[in-house]
Design a protein around this ligand. Structure first.
Ligand code: PMP
Ligand code: GLU
Length: 397
């Protein structure tokens, strides 16, 4: 008996694996603090839950059209105009079971074996595997902490070949928290203008967790390239709806049609009453979302202050999402109890067992000199977790 080569070649999700390890240690009675999974700790705002209850009572219990309830597609069109000044038609919107499925649809519908997809690194763990599934080759362009984890125009230009089919990135970024402003995008857009055959997949799932003055900028707002942009977004982060499994994309109609065709054979439409509630989330008062953003900003400031006090941590300055991605390579080669830290996985394993704090190795995001700390938990937990990390780091020599 055997599993497919496709599966064999696929890595397990490191974020999900680390969260599971933390749960197991907790079940053994340890007081584990998990800063591993990118999941807001807030409950879904009550008006959204009430909308789902109402939808259930109203009988929204059947299959929906594959690309989504028209009502939700229209709400998404309204959101794009209101928040991003982007014009889409509802036929350009496809609702899926999470942004993850949007990415899978995109990969399987558009990419062929031999195509190249440029991924800005550090990158979210699943990009590499989702792109790899199609047979296309991920090509990584590495941003460094010294450049705020932003890639440069010359790096992008150098990575584009005749085989490049798409570029893919997230802003605000998982795992670095980096946010590209309009000014940051301009030189990259100038490069993309010279390569009109390249599609641009912009993952904006952290749109509403953004501390940058001037707010969120979508690369699709550049007129010269907007007709080949695919915007991916969802409800997991900004509305604290991870378990609802609802995401969406806006794309040129031919791409939306292709993704809907793919989705029609895999999962059909997303869940019906959740879609009704999602429309409510977008159209109702967004105050709960803005309040959560403010809470994340406070936590970001706290975490940065505390992490600066750890010797050996070089800390970046995230402007969005809820991650910080410090470089910890100064600690490599140090030991405790006969165990030497050689890489980010060693470090995370050490911290999990010594400090009972779960964080994720940068290796999984294409940056083995860093670790990802998710600050999507309470200030008390964050203070305690970082105190424990500091103590464990201080024990290394
Ligand atoms: N993109 C990024 C950058 C993410 O961090 C996540 C987190 N899960 C997703 C996409 C997928 O989100 P979901 O499937 O929950 O909508
Ligand atoms: N995107 C989140 C993270 O990076 C959730 C877990 C996942 O989907 O991988 O932790």
């Amino acid at each position: 008996m055997y599993v497919s080569d496709r599966l064999k070649n696929m890595a397990e999700s490191a974020t999900i694996k680390m969260a599971q390890l933390a749960r197991e240690l907790k079940a053994q009675g340890h007081e584990v603090i998990s800063l591993s999974l990118g999941e807001p700790d807030f409950d879904t705002p009550s008006h959204i839950k009430e909308a789902a209850n109402r939808a259930l009572q109203e009988g929204y219990t059947k299959y929906t059209p594959v690309p989504g309830l028209v009502e939700l597609q229209e709400a998404i069109v309204t959101k794009f105009k209101r928040d991003n000044n982007l014009d889409f038609d509802k036929n350009q919107i496809v609702v899926s079971n999470g942004a993850k499925q949007c990415l899978a649809n995109l990969s399987l519908s558009l990419l062929n074996e031999g195509d190249e997809v440029i991924i800005f690194a550090p990158y979210w763990v699943s990009y590499k595997e989702i792109i790899g599934l199609s047979g296309a080759k991920p090509v990584f362009v590495n941003a460094t902490i010294d450049n705020d984890f932003k890639i440069t125009a010359s790096q992008l230009e150098a990575a584009i070949t005749a085989k490049t089919r798409m570029v893919l990135f997230s802003s605000p970024c998982n795992p670095t928290g980096t946010v590209y402003s309009k000014a940051d995008f301009e030189p990259l857009v100038a490069v993309l203008e010279r390569h009109p055959e390249v599609l641009i997949a912009s993952d904006e799932i952290y749109e509403y967790i953004n501390f940058l003055e001037g707010g969120h900028c979508s690369i699709a707002s550049f007129d010269s390239i907007k007709d080949r942009c695919i915007v991916i977004n969802g409800f997991s982060k900004g509305f604290s709806m991870t378990g609802w499994r609802l995401g969406y994309m806006a794309a040129p109609t031919w791409i939306a049609n292709a993704c809907a065709k793919m989705q029609g054979q895999f999962t059909s439409g997303a869940n019906s009453f959740g879609q009704k509630a999602a429309a409510e989330a977008l159209l109702a008062d967004m105050k709960p979302t803005y309040d959560m953003n403010e809470a994340f900003r406070k936590r970001r400031d706290l975490v940065l202050k505390l992490l600066q006090e750890i010797d050996g941590f070089k800390v970046n300055f995230p402007e969005g999402a809820f991650y910080v991605f410090p470089n910890i390579s100064a600690l490599y080669g140090k030991s405790v109890d006969g165990q030497t830290i050689q890489n980010s996985s060693d470090f995370c394993e050490y911290i999990l067992h010594k400090a009972h704090v779960a964080i994720v190795a940068g290796e999984a995001f294409g940056a083995d000199d860093c670790v990802r700390i998710a600050y999507s938990t309470s200030e008390e937990q964050l203070e305690e977790a970082i105190k424990r990390i500091k103590k464990a780091v201080d024990a290394l020599s």
